[in-house]
Design a protein around this ligand. Sequence first.
Ligand SMILES: [Zn+2]
Length: 157
Amino acid sequence: MPPSETVAPCGICATLARIRRRESADLVAELPRSFLILGDQQFYRGYCILLAKRHVSELFLMPHGEAHELFDELLATARAINRVVAPLKLNYECLGNLEPHVHWHVLPRFASDPRCREPVWVRPEAERRVGLADGDRRELIEKVRAELGRVLPSAHW
Ligand SMILES: [Zn+2]
């Protein structure tokens, strides 16, 4: 599929529509260029996904200013997650092979993970599929929100 700005049937656009209808419990915050959600799979505790608001398949297709604003939101997200879960390292992945809509996976890595030097996707999905209790999940979202609000005042929810 060639790079595009057209909206094909896109799972991320569908997720954005649910977020805008307030039907997503995963929303951490709305930012000027993106929505931040907490990932379902919390083996990497604090794992969040930053979804570009607009359907664009490649970063280079975004106007320069828009791409930079999105990157600033990624940096703010990383700072917030870092403060909440204090990882050994943060990983950033902008892939789009399954969903060609610009999004960033932000994945905290911890020294307690024996595979912490390897890419996250090396770990089988069945092992990554760690859910959190509702209260724990809610608390984690609230903490990331609070930190994000401190580093990026335009964040809201
Ligand atoms: Zn899309």
